[in-house]
Design a protein around this ligand. Structure first.
Ligand code: NAP
Length: 282
């Protein structure tokens, strides 16, 4: 039976470390602040934004929320970002995605100055990740790296397989594993004989978006399996991309859903906000 990697516990530890640094900065007169912008009333986005607000409270990070109506004009949103870009008490700016269809997501992401782009979605930050000279890591892949660290497995020289090539998870995930000297393969919907590839993995990261997609026969005995998925099963219950009940018997370590990668994403956002404030201070 695999070790269950407790994302809640690791996330609580990281948030406490962040809180202590935030308090120390405050004593020096430096404010750490996060502005979160949500446009429209998507229920999932609302839950994410509320969780981010709670995490800020736990880390004693000052937070501002801008809940804008769905019909907000793109220009109005860009103007708000411009104002936040210029404010000294706001270290990080996050625009909750997805945005309503009439707003150009790319334009909005590009309008946040890279120094405050705590999601690390701006092309400058994406490029920095590519060359391994980064200030911010994208929150979910960075959280995955922390969970892998928790297992004690050495990444260097290991076969690492990432299923999924999205810009926010799969691609940066692969890059972070590569920076740690993993031998990395990225799989996607056109990959031929997926099982043959995933079976080679010492470290398998699933970011597919299909409930219980990874079955036991796709996993090598003793592999570390990290499940990024946040899906709904046939009964509407939250589950991951990995069939946990099967794979737990094959893996040496596995993340649950919920309670695995999810809480880590927010902890890494808090860490990025702190990093942004420290860089502004310098
Ligand atoms: P995405 O943009 O939809 O990307 C999914 C990827 O999976 C694509 O690259 C796609 O390949 C690949 N894929 C789809 N079907 C496949 C198949 N049959 N075989 C192999 N690959 C296949 O999703 P995402 O944004 O990366 O998110 C992935 C999952 O992670 C979702 O469940 C999402 O909710 C979750 N997520 C969780 C967090 C968190 O904080 N825990 C954060 C972000 C995302 P193609 O490129 O060829 O289409």
């Amino acid at each position: 039976m695999a070790m269950i990697i407790d994302g809640k516990k690791v996330s609580a530890r990281i948030k406490e470390e962040v809180r202590q640094e935030v308090v120390a900065l405050k004593e020096k007169g430096v404010k750490v602040g996060l502005a979160v912008i949500i446009v429209g009333d998507d229920p999932a986005s609302r839950v994410y934004v509320n969780n981010k607000k709670k995490a800020c409270e736990a880390c004693e990070i000052y937070s501002e929320e801008y809940a804008l109506p769905a019909q907000t004009e793109e220009a109005e949103l860009l103007e708000l970002i411009d104002t936040l870009n210029k404010r000294n008490d706001i270290s990080g700016i996050l625009v909750q995605l997805p945005l309503p269809k009439h707003i150009d997501e790319k334009k909005v992401i590009n309008s946040i100055i890279p120094e405050k782009d705590v999601d690390a979605f701006h092309p400058v930050n994406v490029g920095k990740i590519m060359i391994g000279d980064f200030d911010f890591l994208p929150c979910t892949p960075a959280g995955v790296m922390e969970l892998i660290k928790e297992t004690g497995i050495e990444i260097s020289g290991k076969e690492c397989v990432v299923i999924g090539r999205s810009n926010i998870v799969g691609k940066p995930q692969a890059m972070l594993l590569l920076h740690q000297n993993g031998t990395v393969t990225i799989c996607h919907s056109r990959t031929k004989d997926l099982k043959e590839v995933t079976k080679r993995a010492d470290i398998l990261v699933a970011a597919v978006g299909i409930p219980k997609f990874v079955k036991a026969d796709m996993v090598k005995e003793g592999a570390v399996v990290i499940d990024v998925g946040m899906d709904r099963d046939e009964n509407g219950k939250l589950c991951g991309d990995v069939d946990f009940d099967e794979v737990v018997n094959v893996a040496s370590a596995i993340t649950p859903v919920p309670g695995g990668v999810g809480p880590m994403t927010i902890a890494m956002l808090m860490r990025n906000t702190l990093t942004a404030a420290k860089k502004m201070e310098n």
